[in-house]
Structures are given as C-alpha cells and as structure tokens.
Design a protein around this ligand. Structure first.
Ligand SMILES: NC(=O)C1=CN([C@@H]2O[C@H](COP(=O)(O)OP(=O)(O)OC[C@H]3O[C@@H](n4cnc5c(N)ncnc54)[C@H](OP(=O)(O)O)[C@@H]3O)[C@@H](O)[C@H]2O)C=CC1
Ligand SMILES: CC(=O)N[C@@H](CCC(=O)OP(=O)(O)O)C(=O)O
Length: 340
C-alpha cells in the first residue's frame, strides 16, 4: 500500500481526497493534518466515516510526514503551500498541490492575480502543471489545475492545437457551485445571498484567467488572451462552462468535432457528448463532459463543459495524477457514478 498524507483535511477538497481514497485499492491515508481540531478523531467532524476510520487529526510536521508516508497532498488555501512544501521539495519527496501556488510559472503574475507573495523561482521550476488527461510529468512536485481552468482547458486545448478557431474570439462564461469557495464563510457565501440567486464575481480579475492563457499557449503560442467570467450559482457542487469561439474560415465544423473526438478517444475521463450535458451528469464523478455545437449564421461554436469542482476540479484529478505518478491504473479510486 502507498501511504498518503493529506494536509488540509478539515476543508472541502481535503476531505473529498480522504473519501475517495477509502475506495482506492493501492493507497491508504495514514496521516491527516490541519491547524484546528488537532488530536481529535476525524470522525468527530465527519461522522459519516465513524465505522471505517479511527484516524486522528495531527499538526503539520514535515519530517514526521516524510517518515510515515510516501506522498503528501496539500489541500490548503493559496499562499500556504509555497512555504509548507519547501522541505519536501528539498528532499525530492512527492507533493501534489491542489492550490494555485505552483501553477503560474511567472512569480509576478502570481503576485498580480493572487495578491500574495509567490513561491520562489527555484521551486516553481521544479513544479509541473499537470492537467491529468493531457499532460505528463517527470517531476515529484505536481501542481494540480484549478477547477475553472480544468473545465475550460479540456474543450479548448484541441481547438487551439488544431488552429481551428479565431484566437481573439474566445469567450468563457463559467458558473460554480458554492463548495468551490471552500469552507470559510464570507458575506457573499451566506445562504441568503446564494440561495435562489446568481451573481457574477471577480469580473476580468479571476486568478484562473492567466492560468488558462498560460496553458493554452503551450498548445498554440499565438494565444494572447481570453474573455473569462465567473459566477456563483445556487448549487453545492459543479462547474458549468458556456464558451463561444469563432470557427476559422476554411474549416468545417464536422472536421473540428471529429478532431476533438479523436484527441480524447483514449481518455477515460473526458466524454465528448452528442447532446448538451447537465451538471447532474457529472456531479459525484471524475468526468468532464463536453459538447460542441455550431451556428451557421454567426460562425460561432458554442462549447459546454461540465465537471464536479471537488472531484475532476480538485481531489479526483489529484488522484488521477497520483495514479499516473505511481504507475497505477488511472481509474483506480475514481469509478464513481454521478450523485443524482
Ligand atoms: N473547493 C474547490 O472546489 C477547489 C479548491 N481548490 C483549491 O484547493 C485548496 C483547498 O480548497 P478548499 O478545500 O476549498 O479549502 P477549505 O477552505 O475548505 O479548506 C482549507 C483547509 O486548509 C487547512 N489549512 C489552512 N491553513 C493551513 C496551514 N497553514 N497548515 C495546515 N492546514 C491549513 C484548513 O484547516 P484549518 O481550518 O484547520 O486551519 C482546511 O482544512 C485551495 O487552494 C483551493 O483554491 C482547487 C480546486 C477546486
Ligand atoms: C466559487 C468560488 O469562489 N470558487 C473559487 C475557486 C477557487 C480556486 O479553486 O482557486 P485557486 O485554486 O486558484 O485558489 C474562486 O472563484 O476563487
């Protein structure tokens, strides 16, 4: 069994990792850390696991983690991993980071978009951004993609790779359920503000905007910008992206659609759908469901992409990356059915 430590266990993605690992045949969570509830059994906070785990919440101690486990997952807020991960990076100990701390390669860009001090350049160079269905890594420091970025990149990558679309026409309108905001309550996340309501936030200022551009550039160096907006919708889980891009003249939509299908034909967790997917098709699973359709009159391709923010957008993708890193069957621990 591969021994796992999860830092950030009292948060949404940390516990989702724990929950998914309970069904993993080759891994066992041996240590869980947070800054609160130290010394308490985890089932005090999550009674649903009382019958299957007696694990206790510990404080964070890198040398004990390296002694007791084979890999550490960080499910901590932005600005935490860039210092907590240093001892692991220095020992070349495997780290999978769910936060944004190692995603942006340019430290100035991180400081601009996250409004926090960046990780050190030498550590950023040791990190690989790994979108599990399309990137591989030779490094021990895996930067897991952002939830919105995952849902936007998966449909767009084959489109920009094939140079099928006008690159200055990319418009992405992404909507997230409230668990995307994490467990800490803010004024905007009060039930009364969210329930029966919808709001757009961080307009043109969302930290996943530079992440999406950085990654699209790897597939087509001519991508310069995107138009990206994010909204909060009154559901617990799920990200729904509506995207609009202009098809380049000289290409037929049918050949573009075929190319996207071919790009993902061997990928278990990306499904190209023939009808518009709903959030409920993927919530509770590690799937990203994608649908493309074309308007002959305007020349615009509409993209729909849906994921579960805590699974494909965080913990599930992190386990997919873990499975790749340890050469385990990709779907191990991830064969869940949709929740609804
Ligand atoms: N929620 C989502 O859908 C997604 C989240 N992410 C990213 O994953 C990370 C975790 O997100 P989420 O689960 O929502 O966050 P939460 O706010 O729900 O949880 C954060 C966790 O981090 C712990 N923590 C905070 N500071 C420290 C510290 N210094 N040392 C150890 N533990 C610490 C908290 O524990 P305590 O309260 O005990 O201090 C808590 O367990 C974030 O970076 C987020 O951006 C990425 C994709 C999707
Ligand atoms: C609904 C909601 O508030 N979602 C969060 C997603 C946070 C996240 O995953 O961002 P990083 O991983 O880049 O920190 C947001 O929009 O900021």
């Amino acid at each position: 069994m591969i021994k796992i430590t999860i830092v950030g266990i009292t948060g949404y993605s940390g516990f989702e990792l724990f929950r998914l690992f309970l069904k993993h045949e080759k891994a066992q969570v041996v240590k869980v850390c947070a800054t609160s509830h130290i010394g308490e059994p985890l089932h005090h906070i999550y009674p649903q696991i009382k019958e299957c785990s007696e694990i206790m919440i510990s404080s964070f101690d890198p040398s004990i983690i390296m002694q007791k486990s084979d890999v550490v997952f960080f499910a901590t807020p932005a600005g935490v991993t860039n210092s907590l991960a240093i001892p692991f990076i220095e020992h070349d100990f495997p780290v999978i980071d769910l936060s944004g701390d190692f995603r942006l390669k340019n430290p100035r860009s991180y400081e601009k978009w996250y409004k926090k001090p960046s990780a050190q350049q030498e550590h950023l160079e040791k990190a690989d951004y790994v979108l599990a269905d399309v990137n591989t890594t030779a490094h021990q420091l895996i930067s897991n993609p952002g939830c919105f970025a995952t849902a936007c990149l998966l449909p767009l990558i084959p489109l920009v790779k094939g140079d099928f679309i006008e690159l200055d026409s990319i418009i992405l309108d992404a909507k997230s359920g409230l668990s995307g905001a994490g467990k800490v309550l803010s004024e905007s996340s009060h039930f009364v503000n969210v329930h029966d309501n919808m709001m757009m936030y961080k307009i043109n200022q969302h930290q996943h905007l530079p992440e999406i551009v950085q990654e699209l550039k790897k597939w087509n160096g001519k991508v310069e910008f995107i138009q990206f907006s994010t909204s909060l919708i009154p559901v617990n889980y799920g990200i729904f992206v509506s995207g609009y891009v202009k098809l380049k003249s000289g290409f037929s939509f049918d050949e573009v659609q075929q190319d996207v299908k071919d790009f993902y034909k061997d990928k278990k967790f990306v499904r190209i759908r023939s009808e518009a997917p709903k959030l409920s098709d993927v919530v509770g699973t590690n799937f990203c469901d994608i649908y493309l359709t074309y308007n002959q009159t305007t020349g615009i391709i509409t993209i729909i992409s849906v994921i579960d923010n805590l699974i494909k957008g965080a913990a599930g993708q992190a386990i997919q990356n873990f499975n790749h890193l340890f050469d385990i069957k990709e779907e191990m621990g991830l064969s869940h059915l949709a929740r609804i």
